[in-house]
Design a protein. Sequence first.
Length: 282
Amino acid sequence: MTDETCWGIYREAEFSPHRVRDDAEILRATARELEARGFPVALKTPKEVAEAPEDGVPRSVFMMCQDPALLARIRRWEEGGTVVVNSPAAVLRTHRIPMLEGLMRRGIAFPESRVVETARPDLDGAYPCWVKRGDFHRTEDADVSYAADREAAGRVLFWMAGRGIGRAVLQRHVPGDLIKLYGVAPAAGGRSAAWFTWFYHREQELKSYRFDEGELARMAAGAADALGLEVFGGDAIAAADGRLVIIDVNGWPSFALFREIAAARIAAHLAARFRREAAGPG
C-alpha cells in the first residue's frame, strides 16, 4: 500500500553539528510551502522512519537524513517507485572521497587532494593543508582541521585513527575568500540552476577578491549535477588571481540566511518533480 502523504525526513543530530535547529527549520519551512501547493506532508524523524512498517511506503520523500543504513532502506523504496529528493545515491556521493572522485570526473576545479590511511599515512605533499575525514562531512569541529606542517597533519590523523576513521583527505590550503553557496535543481548538463545564491563566510578576514559570479554559478551547478543533487550547498574559494575552486559540496544545507526564499524555491521544485513523476511517462 502506498501512502499518498509526502514524507519530509529530518537530519540526524550527529550529522548536524551546530545546525540542529537551522536544519529542522528549513525542513519545516519547505513542508509549509509544499502544503500551500496542495501536497499533504508528514514530517518524520530518522528514528520514526527506521521503525516504520514496510507497508504504507510513501509515494514521495524529501529528506535531509544521512545515516547509511537509513539511506539503504529509503533506496529500496525508491527502487519500488517512491520519488526521493535528494536521492540516497546522491547523498552518498557527497561523502568526502566519493565527492572528490565525482568532481574529478566532471573536471570541476578543486584543490590538490590526496587520500591517506589514517593509521599509516603518507605525509609527503604540500603544506599547509586541511585534514578532512574521508567518509562523512564534519560531525564535530576537529573533523576538518588546518595543518601547517606534516607534524600537525600527523597529529590530526592519529586522533582520527583513534576514533575509527580509516581514511582521510589531505587537501592543499588555497588562500582566498571563503564563499558559501546554495542552489536548487541544476538543469540537465549542470550548466545552470533554477535558483542560486552565494555569500561570504562570516568568520574570515575578507579580501574581496574579484571573480566571475557567472563562473561560480556554473561551477556550483556542475558540481551538484556531477553528484546527482537537486537541493545543494557547498563552499568555494576565490583566490587573489580570480581563480575559483570548489572545496565542498553537500546535499540540502540549512539555508539559514535565506530560509524563506529557499523554502519556496525548494517546494516549487519538489511540487513540479512530484507531479511529473505521478503523471508518468509522456
